[in-house]
Write a protein that binds this ligand. Structure first.
Ligand SMILES: [Zn+2]
Length: 282
């Protein structure tokens, strides 16, 4: 099916609308000339189910595509059964309220390897994800559930791992964070061809249609020996975001691009401008 284009917006309520609530946040996204927004449940699922329908209404009025990001305190790979159980609940609760708000996708961080090998971790996360999705499907909650590619080397979430987790599992897809993959590679993965190879791999593993349903994160980023250190604005980072956009255009990718730079909407607007520039040339 696909979204029919690339929608761009900030990770959270725009800075220019801070403190004025999530509904107004969506309106400001639209006023800025953007058309997507990710709702960040950083410390917990703060959106109440009874507030979700009005959010859905404003999103559909303005044509802004919503997504939700599950709380950061999630670790499906923990040794503690309680942590895993609570992680699963946080993902499911995020999906439920996101669906009520009309969100297209739910993004989550799978967790930390601890002492597990990549192979074992893939099988643990995949099993958990299958259970999560089957519960959501039983409840009639329809939303893309997306493990994210992560920037820290201690974090589960190389592209291969995330693909292995979602391959063949209904209602799941990747959240492709290009800045994280750049940080994870400690800066080596930063050319147009590198980004195109990522898209080739997704197409090979998930099929051509997968490129029409992409959910992408970008930001400037700082990395060290252990991968990601912190997000930066594009201008303060060597991350080659322009060629990410070129690669997406070259491959006819459709979906949502969420900007996670600290300046949120300013860098999101740079992405939007770049896309418009490329479209007018085509
Ligand atoms: Zn994330």
């Amino acid at each position: 099916m696909g979204l029919g284009g690339l929608f761009v917006g900030p990770a959270g309520i725009p800075l220019s609308a801070k403190g004025s609530g999530v509904l107004n946040g969506v309106r400001v996204v639209k006023e800025l000339g953007l058309d997507a927004m990710e709702i960040e449940f950083v410390r917990g699922v703060w959106l109440k189910p009874e507030e979700a329908p009005s959010l859905k209404e404003v999103a559909s009025e303005t044509g802004v595509i919503l997504s939700v990001h599950a709380p950061y305190y999630v670790n499906l790979l923990s040794k503690e059964e309680k942590t895993v159980r609570e992680s699963v609940e946080r993902i499911i609760n995020s999906a439920r309220v996101g669906y009520l708000a009309g969100a297209w996708s739910l993004v989550f961080h799978p967790g930390y390897y601890g002492k597990l090998s990549s192979e074992t971790a893939v099988s643990v996360v995949r099993t958990a994800l299958k259970n999560i999705v089957s519960k959501l499907i039983d409840e009639g909650v329809r939303i893309w559930v997306r493990p994210e590619t992560m920037g820290g080397l201690a974090e589960f979430g190389s592209l291969d791992e995330v693909l292995a987790v979602v391959e063949g599992v209904e209602m799941t897809h990747v959240a492709l964070d290009f800045a994280h993959l750049y940080a994870r590679s400690r800066g080596t993965l930063n050319r147009l061809r590198d980004f195109e190879k990522i898209l080739d791999l997704i197409e090979a593993r998930l099929g051509r249609e997968a490129l029409k349903e992409m959910h992408i994160h970008v930001s400037g980023i700082e990395y060290g020996d252990r991968g990601e250190k912190k997000h930066l604005d594009f201008k303060d980072s060597r991350f080659n975001w322009v060629d990410v956009i070129n690669a997406l255009k070259n491959y006819g990718v459709e979906g949502v691009i969420i900007c996670e730079s600290p300046s949120l909407e300013s860098d999101a607007l740079l992405i939007k401008q770049k896309i418009m520039e490329l479209s007018s040339r085509a």
